[in-house]
Unconditional design. Structure first.
Length: 114
């Protein structure tokens, strides 16, 4: 039987999960909490931060319940996270060849010392 390796999520990963949970439209706080797998204490902390930074917007539904949506700024945050993850998950060969190319370019453009 194989054991799953559990890893704590970073703050950025948690913020990503919250914003991704609310991107489809107005959802209640409890739905976001379940989708992002958060405790109520974590929700309080992150919701305050995301609302104050305008990454989430708030509105009310027909039953006068608060609902939340990912703001355009929050969508930009999600897009940046996806780009960063794609850079990090590049195969090792691509990264090392890019680093070698960068070092070579720096060597060519560096001023010579005489």
């Amino acid at each position: 039987m194989s054991k799953a390796i559990l890893k704590n999520r970073s703050k950025v990963d948690i913020i990503y999960d919250i914003l991704a949970s609310a991107i489809d439209g107005g959802v209640k706080k409890t739905h976001i909490m379940y989708r992002a797998n958060l405790s109520s204490e974590q929700m309080k902390f992150y919701f305050h931060t995301l609302l104050s930074e305008s990454l989430l917007t708030t509105d009310k539904d027909r039953e006068d319940n608060f609902i939340y949506r990912t703001s355009p700024k929050g969508v930009k945050f999600l897009q940046c996270c996806v780009q960063i993850k794609s850079l990090i998950s590049q195969p090792i060969d691509q990264r090392t060849s890019y680093e070698a190319l960068t070092v070579a370019n720096e060597a060519v453009t560096a001023p010579s010392i005489v």
